[in-house]
Design a protein around this ligand. Structure first.
Ligand code: DAH
Length: 405
């Protein structure tokens, strides 16, 4: 046998061995172990994977729906088999084939891998459940189902115009928005209305009108992002209190949800942009008892009837007296844990009786009217409600996090 004949025979032997291997065996080996040295051999390998994917998906659909538990389990198994981040077949192919591919084969492997990743979307939980729960979509070849919106080419088979259209996956409402709306709903039920104000705010509304003059050391409590010497990115939603008083006068029952900005270093509890909800009630005969009663009602509506509330004295320049509302720890029930630092209580918002000077700045006569106010951090509420330990997750736009809500 001449040398060149031998060279030709070796790949064929490999090809034969490869074709006898299961998909699991193949994906646990490198391309070198599999003897796949040419773009053709790579193409053939990936074609094998695609057809395995297709037939496993078809087998699942053909196996019938079963009851709901059985259905979800089957779907989860197939999804995990292919898409699990650790040990899923697609990940293994990434690790063993793509990452370890010799340089000259990388482009071919990369291209084929990307196509496979697109196709593998047809075994995600949502599309499988949709197909299992009936619908002619089950009859679509995976290639078509996976490339929603893309037209099947002539190669993928004839175009069947009787098939249902391709559905775009539905998004969901961001958890911060959900929590904000939940808070709004509770207060709307109490007769409050919603107000908003600008995020780029004047120093006057953000500080001076709230009884925080330039000389006041409390200005340093807010790590302010200045646009220029008279303009800031609002550090809290409290300036809307003044704007609303100016606009509507008293009596006034408002809620101001919105964004606030601070020059904080991002970490698990700080973000440069975050959300607050501000509340303000101004009327004749408003007392601290109204504040306590309303906030206790709100906290129990939001966190559940079992929680207890506690008010402790605090300081804010725009309220007098000022307080901090704490709730019994939602994680340990008040017994003491790492999250409540063994105190059994978690501080959830600042509040107090509106300072007469603030009423005056809003054009309201403090001799006639009094008021109470509060301000809370929405991300913080969402973190407590859903047991989330990193505020950054809300703002990274990672679908794997967001789709859980
Ligand atoms: N604006 C305060 C902050 O951002 C929160 C706050 C405290 C608002 C007490 C209020 C209040 O209306 O009464 O830290």
């Amino acid at each position: 046998m001449s040398g060149s004949e031998a060279d030709r025979r070796i790949p064929n032997q490999h090809a034969r061995t490869r074709s006898r291997m299961s998909i699991d065996e193949k994906t646990s080996k490198t391309l070198k172990d599999l003897g796949a040295k040419s773009p053709e051999a790579i193409g053939e390998l990936f074609a094998g994977v695609t057809s395995a994917l297709e037939s496993e998906r078809k087998a699942l659909i053909a196996s019938g729906a079963g009851d709901e538990r059985e259905r979800s389990q089957k779907v989860k198994d197939l999804r995990d088999r292919w898409l699990a981040r650790k040990g899923g077949l697609v990940s293994l192919i990434d690790e063993n084939w793509l990452k370890k591919a010799p340089k000259e084969l990388k482009p071919a492997v990369g291209r084929a891998f990307n196509q496979l990743r697109q196709l593998a979307k047809c075994v995600d939980t949502e599309s499988l459940l949709r197909e299992l729960s009936g619908g002619a979509a089950a009859a679509q070849p995976a290639a078509v189902a996976a490339t929603r919106g893309a037209r099947p080419s002539a190669k993928q088979g004839r175009l069947d115009l009787t098939l249902p259209g391709y559905r775009q996956p539905l998004g969901s409402i961001h958890p911060v928005t959900q929590v904000m709306r939940e808070i709004e709903d509770i207060f709307l039920g109490l007769g409050f209305s919603i107000e908003s104000g600008p995020e780029i705010e004047s120093v006057y509304y953000n500080f001076d009108a709230l009884n925080i003059p330039e000389s006041h050391p409390a200005r340093d409590d807010w790590d302010t992002l200045y646009v220029n010497s008279e303009t800031v990115l609002r550090t809290h939603t409290s300036p809307v209190q003044i704007r609303a008083m100016e606009k509507h006068g008293a009596p006034l029952y408002i809620l101001c949800p919105g964004k606030a900005y601070r020059h904080d270093n991002p970490d698990s509890t700080h973000a440069t942009m975050f959300h607050q909800v501000e509340g303000l009630a101004v009327d004749t005969d408003i007392s601290f008892a109204d504040l306590k009663g309303t906030l206790d009602y709100f906290a129990r509506k939001f966190f559940g009837d079992k929680i207890k509330t506690n008010f402790t004295p605090s300081f804010f320049p725009f309220t007098e007296p000022s307080g901090e509302l704490s709730i019994s720890c939602v994680f340990c029930g008040g017994g003491g844990c790492r999250i409540c630092k063994d105190s059994g209580w978690i501080e959830v918002m600042g509040c107090g009786m509106v300072h007469p000077e603030v009423l005056r700045h809003g054009g309201i006569d403090p001799e006639r009217y009094s008021g109470w106010a509060f301000g809370l951090g929405v991300e913080r509420f969402a973190m407590m409600k859903y047991d989330i330990n990193d505020i950054q997750l809300f703002h990274q736009g990672d679908v794997r996090f967001l789709e859980q809500f």
